[in-house]
Design a binder for this molecule. Structure first.
Ligand SMILES: [Zn+2]
Length: 113
């Protein structure tokens, strides 16, 4: 890996910035659409990410630090419906308690001395 190479990149706040090879990194995800390169802008300190296509990966892969990213399947699940609220959780706890009261023989008991 060579560090005497510089790259021109774009920060949304500062426009074009020059970066040394060790100031940016490439994230190779197991899904190509999540592969990106990132850097901390030397002018404003913002962390910036840009999607990396195959040509960009080919240029950067041997020149900047590379991180492998395995995206867990749970992160890619599509969720439908409203998000759980604290009221939903309270209702669930009440339902579980009333269920265990209805079947006391299933309740966990501790034996006294
Ligand atoms: Zn910036």
């Amino acid at each position: 890996m060579s560090t005497d190479i510089s790259f021109a990149a774009t920060c949304p706040d500062c426009a074009d910035v020059d970066l040394a090879a060790d100031q940016m990194w490439l994230v190779l995800a197991d899904r190509p659409d999540l592969t990106h390169y990132a850097f901390v802008c030397p002018q404003c300190g913002r962390q910036v990410r840009h999607r990396a296509n195959a040509a960009t990966v080919a240029v950067l892969q041997c020149r900047v630090p590379v991180e492998a990213l395995e995206v867990p399947a749970e992160a890619l699940e599509v969720h439908a419906g409203a998000a759980l609220t604290i009221d939903d959780l309270i209702d669930l706890m009440l339902a579980l308690e009333s269920d265990s009261e209805a079947r006391p023989h299933d309740a966990v008991t501790t034996a006294g001395p």
